[in-house]
Design a protein around this ligand. Structure first.
Ligand SMILES: Cc1cc2nc3c(=O)[nH]c(=O)nc-3n(C[C@H](O)[C@H](O)[C@H](O)COP(=O)(O)OP(=O)(O)OC[C@H]3O[C@@H](n4cnc5c(N)ncnc54)[C@H](O)[C@@H]3O)c2cc1C
Length: 536
């Protein structure tokens, strides 16, 4: 079986590679060196054949995995060049060369795409590393922040907190602002303030002609709509975001309870009842009820970011009254920055928060695969049984995260931004951390079983920030009612070879040249080309 899929993979690679085959990247190197300052770092990896025999430049042995936080070999191609842009002018110049010479360009900001898509999805592309465009300016008078696209969440949390502000984003401090915000950006403050993309006021971006454009509610209005929620890698390369900041919570409280697997079904049912029937939405949006389920235990956490502690206490009492007696409970409270830092290092203790969020240069890489589904009704009892059975057969590390998606998110009109999932109650992230290569395939299959056990109760939609290359019908899954509108955005420069539509796989490519993309296009029924290698 493996061999059959390897053959399919190799055959497909060969076709793709041959379509994109070039005698060399000499013209590209010539163009870049004529337009970019000599101080700009450019790497031509030796792993790309076209770089190996050039007399014009020296290729470099470069470990491409360093550019992605996802370990595990999901990146199966090598770029022609990686350019370390220092400012938007550099981005413009790279794009000019790419358009002139028909190269595909991909931006890499934090490198945290779940599938490594900041490295693109095709051979001999150009990767622009945006990491150094990472400035952070806070305007405390109007409560806005202006950020270079390569800034990471940790430094933004740290800097904004100095002014009692924060951003309503995810907690992992190493995630890059650009990919995160363009795809939505969901976090513990989302019930209170919506998604990060809901607070984007303006963007500066480079289009396929190499022009620096301003995108806001009066300029490039379709792009302003699309770039708030449709994901990175589409239409333009964003170089700067202006974001409405939110007040940082004065305190973050958390109460968590833990049960062993014998209570799994009851706890899962009661958790869902609380979300659907006890009308958590009637509680304030300061409350968040998360549940983690694994084959060894379950944990429900109530987070509270308000100051009316009565509300928090009532919810805790209700949780304890409705659920079987937990094996363990835990309560803690901390200031917002310490709370955020815990995602960086669980045992913050006496650690210096500045070091954790701002100064630490090395960040971890992850070996995981994730799938995700939204729900607008509780999972039925028979499917909960199937889910629990599947869970019990796990032979590796895994966790299923149940996270609410209601609150302020659903008060915003669905047509306001490209993010279409405004009426769902919760989402589940199904995650495994393969511990060894040999068992990876088996664990992937197991993940699929767990996912399928509760698939039919879901809305069958998912969140682009949790992108999964194995999803068929991805346009519908990620974009739902906005497919057509996104499809119609033709941000094509006059006379350009770029086909101007959304690329063939979300987050796959910024703009493509007239090189035909092998077997993809807009047929929703197609699964991304390399999916077979990593699944089944
Ligand atoms: C450990 C971890 C925790 C996470 N937690 C959360 C969470 O709590 N909430 C949440 O919503 N998401 C979360 N995510 C998902 C994360 O938001 C997305 O993977 C996001 O796309 C990462 O952005 P990035 O800039 O780091 O990634 P990259 O890999 O650099 O980019 C992601 C995509 O955006 C494109 N892109 C990058 N920069 C630009 C740019 N300047 N202009 C245009 N396109 C660009 C890339 O080409 C790629 O297609 C998490 C991911 C990880 C790995």
């Amino acid at each position: 079986m493996v061999n059959i899929f390897l053959i399919i993979f190799i055959a497909r690679c060969y076709r793709t590679n041959s379509t994109l085959a070039r005698n060399g990247n000499d013209d590209l190197q010539k163009c870049l060196s004529s337009l970019l300052p000599s101080s700009i770092r450019t790497i031509y990896p030796c792993s790309t054949l076209a770089n190996q025999h050039s007399s014009q430049y020296q290729c470099e042995h470069f470990n491409i995995d360093q550019l992605s936080c996802i370990r595990g070999g999901r990146i199966s191609h090598f770029p022609a060049v990686i350019v370390y842009a220092m400012n938007s002018n550099d981005v413009q110049n790279v794009v000019r060369c790419a358009t002139k010479l028909n190269y595909i360009v991909n931006a890499r900001s934090g490198g945290h795409s779940y599938e490594g898509y900041s490295l693109g999805s095709t051979y001999n592309n150009i990767v622009i590393n945006m990491e150094s465009i990472n400035y952070i300016h806070i305007n405390q008078h109007d409560g806005t922040g202006t950020f270079g696209a390569g800034a990471r969440l940790g430094p933004i949390y740290y800097r904004t907190y100095q002014y009692n502000y924060t951003i309503n984003a995810g907690r992992c401090p190493w995630v890059g602002l650009a990919g995160h915000a363009l795809g939505g950006g969901h976090g513990v403050l989302s019930r209170l303030h919506g998604l990060l993309s809901d607070n984007i006021l303006e963007m500066k971006a480079v289009n396929a002609q190499g022009e620096l454009i301003t995108i806001n509610k009066t300029h490039e209005t379709e792009l302003y709509w699309a770039l708030r929620g449709a994901g990175g890698g589409l239409f333009v390369i964003v170089t700067e975001f202006k974001i409405r900041l939110v007040k940082s919570p004065s305190i973050a409280r958390r109460f968590s309870s833990l049960w062993y697997p014998n209570a799994t079904k009851l706890v899962m049912q009661r958790y869902q009842s609380m979300l659907f029937h006890y009308k958590i939405p009637n509680f304030s949006n300061n409350l968040v009820l998360e549940m983690l389920v694994s084959n060894t235990h379950l944990e429900i956490s109530i987070f509270y970011f308000g100051i009316e502690f009565e509300e928090f206490n009532k919810t805790v009492s209700m949780l304890l009254a409705k659920l079987p007696t937990p094996r363990r409970t835990h309560f803690d409270e901390q200031d917002w920055l310490t709370f955020v830092s815990k995602a960086a290092e669980y045992d913050v203790g006496s650690r210096d928060l500045q070091w954790l969020l701002l100064d630490r240069l090395a960040y971890p890489t992850f070996d995981f695969k994730s799938k995700h589904l939204f729900y607008d009704r509780p999972i039925s009892s028979p499917n909960l049984d199937k889910f629990i059975d599947a869970l019990a057969s796990s032979n590796g590390q895994s966790v299923m995260m149940f996270v609410p998606w209601d609150g302020h998110i659903s008060t915003i009109s669905v047509n306001e931004t490209a993010f279409p999932h405004r009426h769902f109650k919760f989402g589940i992230q199904f995650m495994i951390y393969p511990n060894n290569k040999q068992h990876e395939k088996q664990q992937m299959n197991w993940l699929k079983q767990v996912y399928l056990s509760v698939y039919n109760d879901s809305t069958k939609h998912s969140f682009i920030n949790y992108i999964d290359r194995d999803v068929p019908n991805w346009m519908n899954v990620y974009y739902h009612i906005h497919q057509k509108r996104l499809h119609n955005i033709q941000h094509i420069p006059q006379g350009s070879a770029w086909d101007g539509t959304i690329p063939s796989h979300p987050m796959g490519q910024f703009f493509s040249s007239n090189i035909p993309w092998d077997g993809m296009g807009w047929d929703e029924s197609l699964v991304p080309w390399d999916s077979h290698l990593f699944f089944f």
